[in-house]
Design a protein around this ligand. Structure first.
Ligand SMILES: [Fe+2]
Length: 283
């Protein structure tokens, strides 16, 4: 069956197909200012309830293909200790992680989420909200629009993303816990701010913000510059998200180490494109 954007996104409320409409212009302005000041913006009830149910079902049908990892990891997504650094360096602080992904290459051809990710309308809308153009869909074949599964007791510790801009689309909320926490713009290109990062890893809450998402909400945020985490899932219900991502560089993919640790495998493209990043940040 042919898919249509108007069956997925609430275009009445959010006419992303017509970026010149006064309604969407107003929303874009609000998102832009939130992203600038807070590195994060939420668009409530962006996805229509029927489409949300389609997404939940397509994920549940493939739960056995989800790659669950339990490796403890640092905020830069490395599992290996670097003994040449001082003991209290943030790269040497490792945290428990229990989290899973349905990799993007497992998605069915007619997947609702894949269709949404591949629409020009969503790309152009996100670009307008960020006030950055061009942005690109991520070339990483495993990570570009993965479903994220956090089972009971699942936890996602403090980290930075490899991609610059991450969308988080909540599909299913857990009974309790699973709260998104973030430290807006804690690092920037060329400036890691390791002292600030260490304070947060040591438990300082002064720069930590919390966000409670509801199913259907779309969050846009700058995951490469904003350290973030998801608190432990409590109760019997898993937390389901979809994490479509956008980047500044259409060529780059995850490093082989990240791909192995987080998505469970390394493809030739990860090895071919494993070059140093131009923004000078740990990746
Ligand atoms: Fe993340």
């Amino acid at each position: 069956m042919k898919k249509n954007l108007d069956k997925i996104v609430d275009l009445e409320k959010y006419p992303i197909h017509d970026l010149q409409s006064p309604k969407i212009k107003k929303i874009i302005e609000k998102c832009k200012s939130e992203l600038k000041n807070d590195s994060c913006s939420v668009i409530p009830n962006f996805i229509l309830p029927n489409s949300l149910e389609v997404m939940r079902k397509e994920l549940e049908q493939q739960l056995d293909e989800v790659y669950m990892s339990k490796e403890s990891i640092n905020a830069y997504l490395y599992a290996k200790d670097d003994l040449s650094l001082p003991k209290d360096h943030p790269k040497r602080i490792f945290m428990n992680r229990y989290n899973g992904y349905l990799n993007s290459d497992c998605f069915a051809e007619d997947s609702e989420m894949k269709f949404l990710y591949e629409t020009e309308e969503l790309l152009k809308f996100v670009s307008a909200c960020l006030g950055i153009s061009p942005i690109y869909r991520w070339a990483d074949p495993l990570a570009c629009h993965a479903y994220n599964v956090m089972e009971p007791d699942g936890i996602l510790p403090w980290h930075f993303d490899s991609c610059e801009f991450t969308l988080s689309l909540m599909i299913q909320k857990p009974e309790r816990g699973g709260i998104f926490e973030y430290c807006p713009n804690i690092r920037e290109p060329g400036n890691e701010r390791f002292d600030e990062v260490r304070k947060v890893l040591d438990g300082d809450r002064s720069k930590v913000k919390q966000l409670e998402l509801k199913p259907g909400d779309l969050q846009i945020f700058k995951g490469r510059f904003t350290m973030h985490r998801v608190t432990k899932i409590i109760g019997k219900t898993s937390r389901y998200m979809c994490i479509p991502a956008y980047v500044l560089d259409p060529w780059r993919v995850n490093t082989p180490e990240h791909s192995k640790a987080i998505y469970g495998k390394v493809l030739p493209i990860h090895i071919e494109r494993n070059k140093a990043r131009s923004d000078g940040l740990t990746d």
